[in-house]
Ligand binder design. Structure first.
Ligand SMILES: [Zn+2]
Length: 491
């Protein structure tokens, strides 16, 4: 037996100015695609041969261009078609929030899955692994046979979840039976930074999911936080269950609904946890911590959720409050023009430039006089598989004159979430007392490296309060935008 594997992985934020073309996608084909998805061994252990198709990866970013999406969709489907005579199932990794500029349906994967189902016919098994920060609908679930998202945020279980789905698909391929996911879509808009799995109420939610899966009738059970950085009729949190056999449907439906109602009852508990503060207070508080490797995250300009990393608000706060001997690093700030000015200058060169894209007040330019202190690579990790990343450009770091504040200047939006990425830029994460990063919550690899962490609740494209965005297409009434007196599932 053979399984076709592929995917499209882009988390698309419409509140940033950049539209991502085909050149903004990393395209892996054939064997490279099969390797990147990490499921070969799982399928082979079940005696199933893997045929690599196309994996298009952009990570968190702006909206995809229509052309880029259509190119990915048509190549992926063409590759499926080429192998249609020999494949027994399809396995896809689809983010769930791949918004496409100019597409009526907004989320590209919903269109892609419809096209795939039409191509392979009604009965070939299709399994999909997703990010919990994606949006799922009943229509999507009806086009597939197995769908499951990661449990953990930060996503420590991307590879493991892919392998779970691969194991489940292998089981379905070897023991064919009718299988269809059931969606309980909640009228709830949740921010990703307000639903970390190490905190409540997500711990309770994940415990309920694990508990439910102990029953063999429950083939799979998961919870989608949803995505709220583009306007779409598919937005909202959801519980998704997959019954093992058709006769298990009633049981799974009842259990799924019970979990969904429990999540609804817990809605007031979702929110920021740990240390968080308005921008200025976050800077003052973290400087006062006096511990090496303290980190400030820039919530509203989170490159891990598609922002451009161009906001200078925290830099301005830091310049205002910095004094004494604390070593500070901004990793980094994106400004294409400033970056071009610095490119190629040797370490030690004195520089004078304006930093800040000036798109709005939050990215207002800051004049910097300083010295180049490091140069290296802009390195883009692959989600959690950082060592599968690639160099995407040159990184330049400047020390602001009269201070110990270093600023890594970039021409692309990068989330510095792993010490290795700092190293590639010519920097040592642990050489700094305070590091400011463009992310919402700490990325998986920075957690053990960090002794203190404060989330600066800045405004911007990745702000987490749904009230800040002007939604036109979402289901109403929806919490927390509206008062919802009684729970009614969207679908
Ligand atoms: Zn995510």
């Amino acid at each position: 037996m053979n399984v076709f594997v592929g995917g499209m992985d882009a988390e698309c934020n419409e509140h940033v100015s950049e539209i991502i073309g085909l050149d903004g996608l990393h395209l892996l084909r054939g064997e490279e695609c099969a390797e990147a998805l990490n499921v070969r061994e799982t399928f082979e252990a079940a005696g199933i041969r893997v045929i690599g198709g196309l994996y298009a990866h952009a990570g968190p970013t702006g909206m995809l261009s229509r052309e880029a999406f259509e190119a990915v969709s048509s190549e992926l489907l063409r590759r499926v078609k080429e192998h249609l005579h020999e494949i027994d199932a399809v396995y896809l990794k689809l983010h769930g929030a791949s918004g496409v500029d100019g597409l009526d349906e907004v989320s590209g994967e919903h269109v892609l899955i419809d096209r795939l189902r039409s191509l392979v016919g009604r009965h070939m098994p299709i399994a999909v692994v997703q990010d919990p920060h994606g949006n799922i609908t009943r229509a999507f679930a009806e086009s597939v046979n197995i769908v499951r998202c990661y449990r953990e945020s930060p996503h420590t279980d991307t590879v493991a979840t892919g392998q779970i789905v691969a194991r489940k698909l292998s089981d379905l391929m070897l023991h064919r039976r009718p299988m269809r996911p059931i969606v309980f879509k909640l009228p709830m808009l949740l921010g990703g930074e307000q639903s970390l799995s190490a905190e409540e109420p997500m711990r309770t939610v994940n415990r309920m999911l694990d508990e439910a899966e102990k029953d063999p009738r429950m083939f799979s059970c998961c919870f989608y936080v949803g995505y709220l950085s583009h306007d779409d009729d598919k937005l909202g949190a959801a519980v998704v269950v997959v019954p093992d056999r058709p006769e298990d449907e009633a049981f799974c439906r009842a259990r799924g609904e019970r979990i969904a109602r429990a999540v609804w009852d817990l809605r007031g508990e979702f929110g920021f946890k740990g240390n968080f503060a308005p921008p200025e207070e976050a800077v003052v508080r973290t400087l006062a911590e006096g511990k090496r490797s303290a980190v400030i995250t820039d919530l509203g300009d989170n490159c891990g959720a598609g922002a451009m990393g161009q906001q200078t608000e925290l830099l301005r706060c830091m310049l205002k409050h910095w004094q004494g001997e604390k070593k500070v690093l901004f990793a980094g700030i994106r400004d294409v023009r400033a970056h071009a000015q610095l490119l190629g200058l040797p370490v030690g060169a004195e520089v004078s430039f304006d930093l800040g894209a000036g798109e709005d007040e939050r990215s207002a330019p800051v004049h910097i006089e300083g010295t180049v202190v490091a140069s290296g690579d802009e390195y883009k990790g692959y989600g959690n598989a950082v060592f599968m990343g690639r160099k995407v450009g040159e990184a330049v770091t400047v020390r602001v004159k009269g201070t110990l504040i270093d600023v890594l200047v970039l021409d692309t939006n990068l989330q510095y979430g792993h010490p290795y990425e700092f190293q590639r830029a010519g920097l040592d994460f642990h050489a700094y007392d305070v590091v400011v990063v463009k992310m919402g919550y700490l990325d998986t690899y920075l957690i053990p490296e960090t002794r203190y962490h404060c989330m600066a609740v800045t405004d911007g494209p990745t702000a987490q309060e749904p009230q800040k965005f002007d939604f036109k297409r979402v289901y109403r009434p929806i919490w927390p935008l509206d008062e919802v007196k009684e729970l009614r599932f969207i679908e």
